[in-house]
Design a protein around this ligand. Structure first.
Ligand SMILES: Nc1ncnc2c1ncn2[C@@H]1O[C@H](COP(=O)(O)OP(=O)(O)OP(=O)(O)O)[C@@H](O)[C@H]1O
Ligand SMILES: [Mg+2]
Length: 499
C-alpha cells in the first residue's frame, strides 16, 4: 500500500503528492527565508499525515501547539521538565505511540538544545520492539544543528548536534523519518543537511544559501537563481518521495493556524502619549520570579503513571549532617572553583548560563556536587566576585549596607555598583570605563558610561571629574569616595579576586 498525501498543487494545476512510505526511507529538507512559508508547509504535511503516522514536532517557537487541539498531539512544555524527564518522555511516547509537540518556547538557546537532544535521544534509544514508523519534524533546524559554534556551551552543542545527526543518519532503521526546515542552509551543519534525499526549496535571497542549495541538489548555480523569484508558499520539490525532476508546487491551505499569524498593519493611536520619555525609559521593575505556567492535565502524567512501575525509583540518599568547619572549607573550595572559571580569558563576557554550566561541572570534578550553589546563588556569588569580594567579605558588616543599596538596582548592574563601592571603601582609583564595561559583561565603553549615569540618577553615587579629566565616585550617604581615576585607562587588576 502506498499512502500519498496531498501537499498542494503543481504550477500546472495537478495535485502534488508526497509519498509517505518513501519519505520514511528518504527524509526531507525544507529551506526558505523567513516568511517563505516553511512552517505552513510543515503544518500542511503534519495535518495531512496525522491519520496515517505517529509524529513529533520539535517546535522552538511554540508555533505548533494548536495541533494538540485538533489532532490530539500531546503538547510537552519543555520548560517544565528536566532533560532526564524529557528523555523518558521521548521513550514513552514511542512505546505508547503518542504524537507529541515539544514546545521549547521560553528557553534560552542552551536549554533548547539540551532538552531537544534529550527528547530526541529518548525517541532514538527505545528498544527495537518499538521501532514503529514516525515522522520527526524539526523546525528551525539550524538552531539544533548549527554549522558553527555559537554562544552556547560545547557540551550543549555536542549533545544537540549528535541527536540531529543520529536522527538524519541513523534514524531510518529505527523508523524515524527526519523532516527538517531551516531559514538558512548555510547555517545548518552540512552532514545533517546531506542526509536528506527530498528537498522543498522556497524563496531564498542570499547567494551563499543559493550556492549551498545548488550543491545539495546537484544543480547549476544559475538554475538555483530561480529560488529568488518564488512567492510565499511556493516551493521547488525534488526527491524520490516527491518528484524525480524539479517540480514547482504551491502548498495548500491548512486546517489549524499558528498562534502568531503575520502581523497586520494597525492604525497608530491618535493622541500622542504624554511624556513618552518618562514612561518608556522609567527604571525597570525589580526582577521577579516568572509565574509557573499552568501545566496541562496531561497525558504525560498518565504515561508516567503507567510506566512508573517499571522505573527504578531510588530513594534520595540521606546525607550525614555537615559540621560548620566542613561547610566553611567547602565554601572556600567552591569560591576557588569560581575564581578558576572567572580567570579564563573572556569569562567576563560570557553569558551567565554558560559560566554556570562550567562552574557546575568543575564543582562536580572537585567532589563538591553536594554543595553546588543553585543558579540564583551563583548569580550572587558572581556579583560579589566581579566586585572583587570573596564569600568571606559578604558577611562583613560594612558591606551589609552596600548590598542593600545594590539590591535597589537591576541585578545585572549590581556587580558594577559593588565594584565601585569596593574601590571607594579602599580608596582605590575610580575604575576605568573598560573595567566597568567588563564587570557588566560588555565590551562597550559607551554602555559603561551610560551605566554610571544611570546609577547616579538612582541616587546611589555622585560622579565628578577633576580639571584633568580624572573621575571620582562618591557613595551617597556612606560618603566613601574613590581616588581620582582615568576613565580612559586600560583595565588594571584590583584586589585579590579581580576578574
Ligand atoms: N501556502 C500558503 N498559503 C497561505 N498562507 C501561507 C502559505 N505559506 C505561508 N503562508 C502564510 O505566510 C506567513 C509566513 O509563513 P510561515 O510562518 O510558514 O513562514 P516561515 O518560512 O516559517 O518563516 P520563519 O522562518 O520566519 O518562521 C504565515 O502567516 C502563513 O500563514
Ligand atoms: Mg517558521
Amino acid at each position: 500500500m502506498t499512502v500519498a498525501i496531498e501537499m498542494g498543487h503543481t504550477t500546472a494545476g495537478a495535485p502534488a503528492a508526497l509519498d509517505l512510505e518513501e519519505l520514511l526511507a528518504t527524509r526531507l529538507l525544507v529551506q526558505g527565508n523567513s516568511g517563505s512559508g516553511k512552517s505552513h508547509l510543515l503544518r500542511r504535511l503534519l495535518e495531512q499525515s496525522a491519520p496515517w503516522v505517529q509524529q513529533t514536532i520539535i517546535d522552538p517557537e511554540g508555533d505548533f501547539v494548536s495541533l494538540g487541539d485538533r489532532f490530539g498531539h500531546l503538547v510537552i512544555d519543555a520548560e517544565e521538565h528536566t532533560e532526564r524527564g524529557l528523555q523518558s518522555a521521548g521513550e514513552r511516547a514511542r512505546i505508547h505511540r503518542v504524537s507529541t509537540v515539544l514546545n521549547l518556547e521560553g528557553l534560552d538557546a542552551e536549554n533548547q538544545m539540551r532538552r531537544a537532544a534529550a527528547f530526541l535521544g529518548g525517541l532514538f534509544e527505545v528498544a527495537r520492539d518499538h521501532w514503529y514508523p514516525m515522522l520527526v519534524v524539526v523546525d528551525e533546524a539550524q538552531l539544533f544543528a548549527p554549522a558553527v559554534a555559537g554562544e552556547v556551551s560545547d557540551e550543549a552543542r555536542k549533545l544537540s548536534l549528535g541527536a540531529m545527526t543520529n536522527l538524519m543518519c541513523r534514524g531510518r532503521k529505527r523508523g524515524l523519518a527526519g523532516i527538517i526546515a531551516t531559514q538558512r542552509l548555510a547555517k545548518l551543519a552540512k552532514n545533517v543537511a546531506a542526509e536528506a534525499s527530498n528537498f522543498l526549496m522556497g524563496r531564498t535571497f542570499l547567494d551563499i544559501d543559493m550556492a549551498r542549495a545548488a550543491d545539495l541538489l546537484g544543480m547549476e548555480r544559475r538554475q538555483a537563481e530561480a529560488f529568488r523569484d518564488l512567492e510565499r508558499g511556493q516551493f521547488m520539490a525534488m526527491g524520490p518521495a516527491l518528484s524525480r525532476r524539479p517540480l514547482g508546487l504551491r502548498i495548500g491551505p491548512t486546517d489549524t493556524s499558528p498562534r502568531n499569524g503575520t502581523p497586520r498593519l494597525m492604525p497608530l493611536p491618535e493622541s500622542a502619549l504624554e511624556d513618552a520619555r518618562a514612561i518608556i525609559l522609567a527604571a525597570p521593575p525589580p526582577e521577579t520570579v516568572r509565574p509557573q505556567r499552568r501545566s496541562s492535565p496531561d497525558l504525560l502524567d498518565q504515561l508516567m503513571a503507567a510506566k512508573s512501575a517499571a522505573l527504578e525509583i531510588r530513594p534520595e540518599p540521606v546525607e550525614p549532617p555537615i559540621s560548620a568547619e566542613d561547610l566553611a572549607e567547602r565554601r572556600e573550595r567552591v569560591d576557588r572553583v569560581l575564581r578558576a572559571v572567572l580567570a579564563q580569558p573572556d569569562a567576563g563576557f560570557r553569558v551567565i548560563g554558560v559560566l554556570y554550566q562550567e562552574f557546575v561541572v568543575r564543582c562536580r570534578i572537585e567532589g563538591l556536587a553536594s554543595v553546588v550553589p543553585d543558579l540564583p546563588e551563583f548569580r550572587r556569588m558572581l556579583t560579589r566576585a566581579r566586585a572583587g569580594l570573596g564569600s568571606d567579605m559578604a558577611g562583613d558588616d560594612a558591606w551589609q549596607d552596600v548590598s542593600v543599596r545594590a539590591s535597589l538596582l537591576p541585578e545585572d548592574m549590581q556587580g558594577v555598583f559593588m565594584m565601585i563601592a569596593r574601590a571607594a571603601k579602599e580608596g582605590w582609583p575610580c575604575p576605568s570605563d573598560a573595567a566597568i564595561a567588563r564587570a557588566y559583561g560588555s565590551h562597550s565603553l559607551r554602555r559603561a558610561r551610560r551605566l554610571l549615569t544611570y546609577i547616579e540618577e538612582q541616587g546611589l553615587i555622585v560622579c565628578q571629574l577633576d580639571g584633568v579629566g580624572r573621575r571620582t565616585v562618591t557613595l551617597v550617604e556612606l560618603a566613601w569616595a574613590t581616588a581620582p581615576g582615568d576613565p580612559g585607562a586600560a583595565e588594571v587588576e584590583q584586589g585579590s579576586l579581580a576578574v
